[in-house]
Design a protein around this ligand. Structure first.
Ligand code: CA
Length: 462
């Protein structure tokens, strides 16, 4: 299925005007290497210090200075891009780190399997639970297990579900049909579409991960069965706007700035922000191949310190215009900074008669959110993503998800790096506690069975 949609998307890519936005996508062998590299500024600039790595990493320099990290051109990648562009990798002795744009999540998966030695990547930005599924050989070629470590959360929020104003075929309007956070109000509209043989079609960017899970959670909370009442398809993030424009897709879930583009281009509206579906929810993560991390423990900590510093930089409101400017670069998101800045500031026009949102805490956050650390990778959050995979029959309900999380999640390395960086408020528990969703559902990672039992709409029989 993934292959077919990739082909379809590629065809659309050739046909649409937005092609230029995707034109800069680079494949595995040609890195997105900005020739002017870092833009260190003024005094105290990271790169200007030139201090030997041994000094900044506490007497033990990195085993290697080379690392290749993949990223997808959405806000979640900002800490990786900023760590490179503002010279934070260099500051911690990692003088040869390159962030490399990936054509799709599938391409990122393929490239991490190849590894840097083969012209691929060592790790990078991931939706969840991709690192766990790769580690278990569930989404790799030939089902080969490729152990990976989850090391840090790059960001929270900054995602939304966008809906087309209308569908090209059949002259169907989605405006004024009750499509919003509470989808029970749109049930009649979706039932009508299903009855005509053309069910509501929504897209996500990679199967079994964040975007599909947000869509499914949102629909199911409104009493809509995502496997029976609608059609879900895969479309790479950068092509979502084009596909919506062509009228071939009713809605999609993806990272900013793509949902916002829908409004800016006047082709649709926002149904919901993921910040409303699950306030302070986990979003995307930095994960690297376990063989690289095991071989290069000091380099790993140096990388983490660089990304942590970048996250703090990204969360400083004073830096947002510069962040938008850097991300707007052709080699990165390749979207005007005037489009990027409002969502970075938590400003969202929702459309379809909904009140606009202007709340910084609902935009993407990189270091701190309403509940504390964004950067720290809570094991309880990994557990939710895997529990949802069980919920929808993506992995067997007999899967020992706790054992997988204990193997893949290396919050211990995050803590060591944070301590060495001088971070004082380090989470004490690997669980953030009981989580509450917009519909009142609660998730306790210590009892995923109770969570699954309590859900009304699901595929798993429990
Ligand atoms: Ca995302």
């Amino acid at each position: 299925m993934e292959k077919i949609t990739d082909q379809l998307s590629r065809r659309k890519f050739l046909l649409t005007a937005s092609a230029s936005a995707i034109g800069s996508v680079v494949l595995k062998s040609c890195a997105s290497t900005p020739t002017t590299s870092s833009t260190p500024t003024a005094a105290g600039s990271p790169a200007a210090t030139g201090s030997p790595a041994a000094n900044v990493s506490g007497g033990s320099g990195p085993e290697t200075t080379t690392l290749r990290l993949g990223y997808i051109p959405i806000f979640e990648a900002a800490p990786l891009i900023i760590a490179q562009e503002k010279g934070f990798f260099k500051k911690y002795g990692m003088t040869d780190v390159k962030v490399m744009k990936q054509a799709s999540w599938g391409a990122a998966r393929d490239n991490v399997e190849i590894g840097t030695a083969g012209g691929g990547i060592d790790g990078g930005q991931w939706q969840m639970p991709m690192p766990h599924l790769i580690s278990e050989g569930l989404i790799t070629k030939g089902k080969t297990k490729l152990p990976m470590y989850v090391l840090l959360q790059t960001s929270t929020h900054g995602n939304g579900i966008a809906i087309a104003n209308k569908r090209a075929a059949g002259d169907i309007s989605h405006l004024g049909q009750g499509i919003g956070l509470d989808m029970s109000k749109a049930k009649g509209h979706l039932e009508k579409l299903k009855a005509t043989g053309t069910p509501f079609t929504a897209a996500y960017t990679f199967p079994s991960a964040n975007q599909e899970l947000w869509l499914r959670y949102w629909l199911a909370a409104g009493g809509i069965n995502p496997d029976e009442d609608v059609k879900l398809i895969v479309v790479p993030a950068a092509q979502t706007v084009a596909n919506m424009k062509s009228g071939s897709m009713d809605g999609f879930s993806t990272g900013d700035p793509w949902p916002y583009r829908i409004l800016a281009d006047n082709i649709g509206f926002m149904a919901a922000l993921t910040a409303d579906i699950w306030p302070n929810h986990p979003e995307e993560y930095l994960a690297i191949r376990a063989d690289w991390v095991d071989k290069n423990p000091n380099a790993t900590k140096a990388v983490l310190k660089a990304v942590m510093e970048a996250q703090q930089w990204c969360d400083d409101a004073a830096n947002l215009p510069e962040l938008a400017k850097i991300l707007s670069g052709r080699e990165f998101l390749n979207v005007a900074d005037s489009i990027l800045l409002p969502p970075l500031q938590g400003k969202y026009d929702m459309g379809d008669g909904k009140a606009a949102v202007s709340d910084r805490m609902k935009g993407p956050l990189y270091w701190k959110d309403g509940k504390g650390s964004v950067s720290y990778p809570y094991k309880s959050h990994d557990m939710w993503f895997l529990a949802e995979n069980i919920r929808w029959g993506m992995i067997p309900d007999t899967t020992d998800i706790k054992a997988i999380v204990d193997k893949v999640n290396r919050e211990d390395i995050w803590k060591e790096a944070a301590k060495s960086l001088g971070v004082t408020d380090i989470p004490k528990e690997t669980s953030r506690g009981v989580e509450t969703f917009f519909d009142g559902t609660k998730f306790d990672s210590n009892d995923t069975t109770a969570y699954l039992k309590g859900l009304k709409v699901k595929k798993v029989k429990i």
